[in-house]
Design a binder for this molecule. Sequence first.
Ligand SMILES: [Zn+2]
Length: 100
Amino acid sequence: MDKGNPATISIDTNGSQGAIIEGMVPLICIFCKYVEYIEFDLDLHLYQNHRIDLVKLPIGKGSLETRINYAIEEGRRVGINLRNLNKEAKHKLGFEYIIS
Ligand SMILES: [Zn+2]
């Protein structure tokens, strides 16, 4: 099997870690700063990567679905706040790629 060219890195703007698209409200994964723009995809990301983190959320007892919804809403809040920051501030927070 061809291992491919390791120098080729494609940046998928629809879910790259740290990629912010100007003019869109990003949904941020509150656990790892993964950036998503589609709620369903963040839901999937949370489910696949952060089940243990979700259980640790300090929101009392609740189903995994409730916890995912909480994390998405928090991520939206972070995204809205982040959108209002200037490029330098975003960069300082670790959001390296700003696509405008
Ligand atoms: Zn994450």
